[in-house]
Design a protein around this ligand. Structure first.
Ligand SMILES: [Zn+2]
Length: 403
């Protein structure tokens, strides 16, 4: 019997709070069951995930609590990785007991310097292939009394929603009515952290990933997945593709994140946009597992062991990639991440934006085999929610119930 390579990709929990039972039911138990099932079949399983540690929810939370963003992510990475182990999830041992060629698991974090380096290398490869375009955006800027100042990304600006007139709307989005808008359309804008500071709209340079270049290849891929995807995955992916893909910002005005591998004053104080780097964790985590765990355990392919789980073999065998996530993340896994994989394959071949984008072939990184996205778990008639603190938290659940 042949032993397939199966990559189990588990949604990366955001490190600004404890996991709750909604996360467990939606994202963390199903992949664990799948991994055990695949191992029982004799397959070679590598399971990857980790803490998503950058972005504005973490910096806002740090500023509100008077601590550093690093303090926040250290606290929740430790808490969440321990809670998953206490629950009995198979993140340890990191090497399969049948032998390292059968795989293993790694729960990593996006602040890992090796992840940062790989993301910067990928950023440069896509830039060199002409897959980014530069645009000038308008963004609020706050000036303090002492003359210092900073740009204010979305969550740092509050005001009155131009659509429903509700106060407390964010810089680019209203939680009350769901409207999205340009920064300068927000009414009575003010700095969330510093409401009395004077703020103004300023120009700021940003780079955008040319998602539009992948429209046709992704439509082709999606049409081949119609019998595989669940109805919610089919519907949400179709909605995105039907709207037409547009370039998406890969940089932002924020200091907490992966530094841009770019020279020039216009890039000071900016970092890689969190969506662009966190989703790459599925591949960087496999490479880091190979470089550390597999190498040490004498995998015959050493630091290249990850390719068994990521790349299409020369004989055409495709490793199976299963992504487990909540339904709000579907387009990231059926459109955006596949577009990045296609772009990285494209750039590696020395092709540019001028060349036709093709689906992966032998020696290239594979696209998803399936994205079994889960619906939300309900609690007392409402959705579990970390931001609204409507949840049963995993650490307190484990204190009361021994799994
Ligand atoms: Zn509104």
């Amino acid at each position: 019997m042949t032993s397939e390579h199966v990559l189990i990709c588990v949604a990366w929990p955001y490190a600004n709070g404890p996991l709750h039972l909604g996360h467990v039911a939606g994202c963390y138990l199903p992949p664990d069951i799948q991994a055990r099932f695949e191992r029982a079949l004799g397959n070679r399983v590598l399971m990857v995930s980790g803490s998503d540690e950058h972005g504005t929810p973490i910096t806002v939370s740090a500023e509100q609590n008077g601590v550093s963003p690093q303090d926040i992510v250290d606290k929740y990475h430790t808490m969440n990785s321990q809670a998953l182990l206490d629950l009995g999830c198979a993140w340890e041992p990191q090497v399969d007991p049948r032998g390292v060629e059968y795989g293993g698991a790694l729960f990593n974090r996006t602040s890992d310097p090796r992840h940062k380096q790989m993301v910067q290398d990928n950023f440069t490869a896509l830039l060199d292939a002409g897959l980014f375009e530069e645009k000038t955006m308008k963004q609020y800027y706050e000036t303090n009394d002492d003359g210092t100042g900073r740009f204010l990304p979305d969550r740092y600006v509050e005001g009155v929603c131009p659509s429903c007139q509700e106060d407390g709307a964010r810089g680019d989005q209203c939680d009350a009515c769901g409207a999205t808008y340009e920064a300068e359309e927000l009414l009575q804008p003010r700095s969330k952290m510093n409401p009395t500071a004077s703020i103004e709209v300023r120009d700021t340079e940003h780079l955008f990933y040319r998602l539009d270049a992948f429209q046709s290849a992704l439509e082709h891929h999606a049409s081949g997945q119609q019998k595989v995807w669940k109805s919610n995955v089919r519907a949400m992916t179709k909605q995105w593709l039907d709207m037409g893909l547009r370039p998406r910002a890969v940089t932002r005005d924020l200091a907490w994140g992966i530094p841009l591998p770019l020279e020039g004053e216009e890039w000071n104080g900016k970092c890689v946009y969190v969506w662009f780097e966190a989703v790459q964790g599925y591949s960087t985590c496999a490479r880091i597992w190979a470089d550390s765990v597999a190498l040490q355990a004498n995998h015959p392919d050493g630091g290249d062991a990850w390719k068994n789980w990521w790349n299409i073999a020369e004989n055409g065998d495709v490793p199976r990639h299963l992504y487990f996530l909540g339904k709000d993340n579907i387009p990231f896994h059926t459109v955006i991440w596949p577009a990045l994989i296609l772009g990285l394959n494209h750039a590696k071949k020395g092709l540019t934006i001028a060349d036709e984008v093709l689906l992966p072939g032998p020696g290239e990184m594979a696209l998803e085999t399936n994205v079994p996205a889960m619906e939300y778990l309900m609690l007392a008639g409402g959705q579990f929610s970390k931001s609204r603190k409507h949840a049963v938290w995993l650490p307190s659940f484990l204190e009361r119930f021994d799994p």
